[in-house]
Design a protein around this ligand. Structure first.
Ligand SMILES: [Zn+2]
Length: 201
């Protein structure tokens, strides 16, 4: 479930319908709405996962952690003091739902994407609908971004759904196939061309 309360940050709530276990991805500024939905749906929050350490994605972490006793989860290079440090290809289980960690540095050194049950990819600030994440902020790296986009994200099949960290596109979600075809940042470029391209304002 995609949740957006304030601004353009998306939060995601992943739950097992049977066991009522749940995880939040990027609490952002949406803790109030997340808490409301967790209560209405009678869900038990086990994990608060951050796609990276930028504060607009982690703003609600402590509130959710203290209210529900949930464990925070982030990449092992994250400056967040997460309860659970994950790395590429780790799997987080939420009941019967499997969330696979895809390490995708570039926007930040600790950026991860999360593949839910092999078919929904939560892309944080690595890939947006019609855009990719900035690499000009501290810790950003265009070379890493190139590898993350072209050698990891675009290796997924066209029918994998894309759920970004911000509402920057013409619509709120997409697919790998649509992005491969229409996202101007994903058009074929050499590494050198991509690095030059990312310098443009
Ligand atoms: Zn960010």
């Amino acid at each position: 479930m995609q949740i957006q309360q304030h601004g353009d940050n998306f939060s995601y709530l992943i739950a097992d319908d049977t066991t009522r276990e749940a995880a939040v991805v990027d609490s952002s500024f949406n803790a109030g709405e997340i808490i409301r939905v967790l209560k209405v749906e009678n869900l038990r929050l086990n994990y608060v996962i951050s796609t990276h350490s930028h504060s607009d994605h982690t703003a609600g972490n402590e509130e959710l952690r203290s209210m529900f006793g949930a464990k925070t989860v982030a990449h092992r290079q994250s400056r967040i003091n997460a309860d659970v440090a994950v790395d590429d290809d780790d799997v987080i289980r939420v009941g019967s739902v499997l969330i696979r960690v895809i390490y995708t540095p570039g926007h930040t050194p600790d950026s991860i994407c999360l593949l839910v049950d092999g078919k929904k990819l939560l892309t944080g600030d690595t890939l947006f609908v019609g855009e990719c994440g900035r690499t000009d902020l501290p810790g950003g790296n265009s070379r890493s971004m190139f590898d993350s986009l072209f050698n990891k994200i675009l290796k997924f099949s066209d029918d994998v759904e894309v759920y970004p960290g911000h509402d920057y596109g013409l619509k709120s979600s997409s697919t790998i196939g649509e992005e491969r075809r229409s996202n101007y940042t994903l058009q074929p470029r050499s590494l050198a061309e991509f690095i030059e391209f990312m310098k443009q304002p």
